[in-house]
Write a protein of this length. Structure first.
Lengths: 186, 186
DNA sequence: TGTACCATGTAATTGGTTACATGATTAC
DNA sequence: GTAATCATGTAACCAATTACATGGTACA
């Protein structure tokens, strides 16, 4: 099974969802660490159903089109559980901005500094969003991580990675921009 | 032009290289932030040559097969320079380990802790390698970044991102593992 | 009356990996 | 002898994005 299948199962293990719901979750919050378009999701759901990992029922709505609501099966849950503790296949790192940094010596320092500053702002913006979610989560279970439920811990762990990444990335952007500005004038 | 083309140009802007040399550089050091297999590199070189961004000459060797050594053209350098200061297309984030963390509540805490500890070790190992390169680089130009050449600054900036990433990622792995261990016993 | 959202699908294309293919030299 | 490195290419396959396709409801 491909990783996308486990991404879908990871959402369905928490609650029943339609293909459209899944599409939205693959934008946010799951999209922060695994994303997919609806054109990938619908065929994947069909495959998962064929393999017995999910089932669906049609739900009629008023004022809205009917929808297929999917739920995970016992087999699906087992497959997901087994996958969680298996080491991930080391994917090739690809970061276009770092590649640009590597060739930044060819550019005008001023123009390059503007790029890295703008990127720094973007990542700080994302960091702020994550921190708002964090604050909201923390309100729900006091202070110590010991008190929260296991499922909440899992969500929090994923969020924590996002926070660490954005903070570190933004800092790097600012550092590069500062180094470039020095070369612009002095 | 695709990003791979700029990745190739970014290497050829620094020195002339054969397809085979490029293949090795796409493993390390460039592979740390942009990678490609030789099956992608050779056709890309042909395309770049057709577009006038690179040229090649055949170099005969003794005891080794002949090789085509590629060099960047003025047009290639211009295209690369222009690309550097353009904002990168925001790619979808995909991290399988974070996805596993999100579903870790389904797993045995002990088995999951082992996974995150092992991953933490792997990233600390990578961090150590980066720091060795950093130490070697720092020897070559004293302490302050002001003194180093612009090309070296660019290399150093890319390395810095790697160091920040691995340090932060390793720390996160350790934090997740610790949280899981708490749930195992107490 | 037009834009956004709900809802589900298929088709075409791109980017990347794996596999296929060949052949010489060096080091164990 | 046999595995690793040098050296260059093509073909098949897979994952993911973009585009094509349809149609109803809510809201401004």
């Amino acid at each position: 099974m491909r990783t996308l299948g486990y991404a879908v199962l990871s959402l369905l293990s928490r609650e029943d969802l339609s293909g459209y719901d899944l599409k939205r979750m693959m934008e946010r919050p799951l999209g922060y660490f695994w994303s997919a378009k609806h054109s990938q999701i619908y065929p994947e759901l069909a495959r998962l159903e064929e393999d017995g990992y999910v089932t669906h029922r049609v739900v009629e709505q008023r004022g809205k089109p009917d929808k297929k609501v999917f739920g995970i099966t016992a087999e699906g849950r087992e497959a997901l559980k087994a996958w969680v503790t298996e080491p991930p296949a080391g994917r090739a790192a690809r970061d276009e901005l770092v590649l640009k940094a590597y060739s930044v010596w060819l550019a005008e320092p001023g123009a390059a500094a503007a790029l890295f500053e703008e990127q720094g702002r973007r990542h700080e913006e994302q960091l702020k969003q994550y921190e708002e979610i964090e604050a909201w989560m923390e309100k729900n279970w006091g202070e110590s991580p010991g008190r929260m439920g296991f499922e909440d811990f899992a969500s929090y762990a994923a969020l924590r990675r996002g926070i660490g990444f954005e903070r570190d990335y933004a800092g790097w952007c600012r550092w590069v921009a500062a180094g470039l500005k020095e070369r612009q004038s002095g």
